[in-house]
Design a protein around this ligand. Sequence first.
Ligand SMILES: [Zn+2]
Length: 256
Amino acid sequence: MDFGVLCVHAHPDDEAIWTGGTLARYSDEGARTAVVTCTWAEGTQRAGELERSLDILGAGKPRLLGYADARKPESAPGSPRLLDVPLDEAVRRVVEHIREFRPDVVLTYDGYGSYGHPDHVHVHRVTMAAVEAAGYDQLYRDAGDPWRPHAVYLATIPRSVVASHWRAVFGTPPEPGQTLPGVPDEHVTTHLDVGQWAERKWAAMHAHESEVGRGASMTLLTSLPEQARAQMLANEWYRRVSYTGASETALSGSRP
Ligand SMILES: [Zn+2]
């Protein structure tokens, strides 16, 4: 099967949390898989953890852009924050990976960054611009031959799933007017059952030892009651944005 899946993520650990089941599944099914990670530099502890996570998921070597995390200057000493580099520069860097890897599909966060982190929101915007730009031979002419993926899949959570776990995570129902992650269920186009790969995903998440250690973004998952956690690990949801209408090459719930 010549099918390429390229993820573009903000931080080491997002590849496991948001797309780990999809990556493990497609790797097992013979697809080419890879992950671009926009923040954290080579030589940092989290870059090493990313390498182990990618090993577990079968997703190749880290592709680090090496910018700094919005909130952690130590993530890339001496380098600008991803949020502060010119948009054109960040887009070009992602275009280079798209043209070199030639993915059929690109995976990134939804428009709300899946849960609102400013780096995630920015990576969504950069990736959408890069996927469009990568197909034009007039743009970034020295960044490889043009390539147009068939579709972008935006990692998200159906609102009904968010609602059903909110009380378990936070102990109280959401406040009226509170901003919730996720999208209305009818906006989810693609549901992948990754139950068979849930243990690999969990192992990849735990490769990020420093994040597990400080609670971090995995708090949500690790603090869930076991049944709810199993549900979150066994399912990944996306909004599909199509560039060619070629559904036969898309991610699907049953086969690639
Ligand atoms: Zn993140």
